[in-house]
Design a protein. Structure first.
Length: 123
C-alpha cells in the first residue's frame, strides 16, 4: 500500500528529473599527499626491483608514464584545468607536475645511478 502511494504521489518522477550538479572539481581531485605518495611508491618499487635484478626497476616506467599522461591530460583539459586552477590554485598544479616528474624521472635516475655504483664497486 505504501509503495502505491509513493508511485502515485509523483515522487518517482521527481527523483528521475535530472537536476544540474553544482559539485566542485576540487573534491574529485586527489590530495597532494596522495599524488606524492604515488611518486614515492614508484621510486621505492623501482629501487626494490633494482635490488632484485639489474635494470628490473625500469618496469615501473610504463606505470609512471600512464600516471603522468593522466595528470597532464586532466590538468590541460580546457574545462577541468581552469576549474582546478581556480579552486586549488597554481601551487597545487605545480606540486602535481613536480610529483609526476619525480615519479617518472626518479626511477630512471635511480636505476642509472644504482648501476653506476654497482660497476664501481665491482672494479
Amino acid at each position: 500500500m505504501q509503495c502505491q502511494l509513493f508511485f502515485r504521489s509523483g515522487a518517482v518522477g521527481a527523483l528521475l528529473i535530472a537536476s544540474p550538479a553544482f559539485a566542485e572539481v576540487a573534491d574529485k581531485e586527489p590530495s597532494l599527499c596522495t599524488v606524492w605518495a604515488w611518486a614515492l611508491a614508484l621510486n621505492v618499487t623501482a629501487f626494490v626491483l633494482e635490488l632484485v635484478r639489474p635494470r628490473l626497476g625500469l618496469l615501473v616506467l610504463p606505470f609512471a608514464a600512464f600516471i603522468a599522461w593522466g595528470a597532464h591530460d586532466e590538468l590541460s583539459d580546457p574545462y577541468v584545468g581552469p576549474a582546478i586552477l581556480t579552486e586549488l590554485g597554481r601551487d597545487y598544479m605545480w606540486s602535481w607536475y613536480a610529483s609526476v616528474t619525480v615519479g617518472l624521472v626518479g626511477p630512471l635516475v635511480l636505476v642509472v645511478l644504482w648501476n653506476v655504483l654497482r660497476r664501481r664497486r665491482n672494479h
